[in-house]
Design a protein around this ligand. Sequence first.
Ligand code: HEC
Length: 122
Amino acid sequence: MLNRIRCKSLMFTLTTLAFLLVLVGSTTVSVRSQDAAAEKVYKARCASCHGDDLKADTKAGKMTKTADLTVESNWKGERTPEAVEKVIREGIGKMPAFESKLSDEEIQAVAAYTLKLAGINK
Ligand code: HEC
């Protein structure tokens, strides 16, 4: 009788553990694929001016006088997700607005990715 109860609670623990493992695994995968999607958007829409590394060491970057955004003092606005999303939506200086070209999710993801490149990993 006692054995049976022990066996049941062991089964319960194992099931819970397996469930948690699956949950953690799928969260990691979805964060990773979100990152990959943001990188894709960045490379397609932003890297021509800002460069793969946000240093703007590209032809278009020089032509448009895009600042090296890995240097904090080059930023005109705040280095927060909200401020970066606004810049992406509305554009700034020679940078075009992306409001009609990207979805809200893409704008959020690429803003987070840009801040990551700037060394702000929040
Ligand atoms: C045609 C070139 C060009 C493209 C494409 C471009 N940018 Fe920019 N970006 C600029 C320039 C130029 C500035 C600086 C504007 C200024 O200071 O007058 C800038 C500034 C910024 C800033 C800094 C704002 C601040 O506070 O100083 C961020 C962040 C930024 N861009 C993100 C992006 C992202 C993300 C994309 C892609 C969705 C992108 N840019 C695409 C040219 C570009």
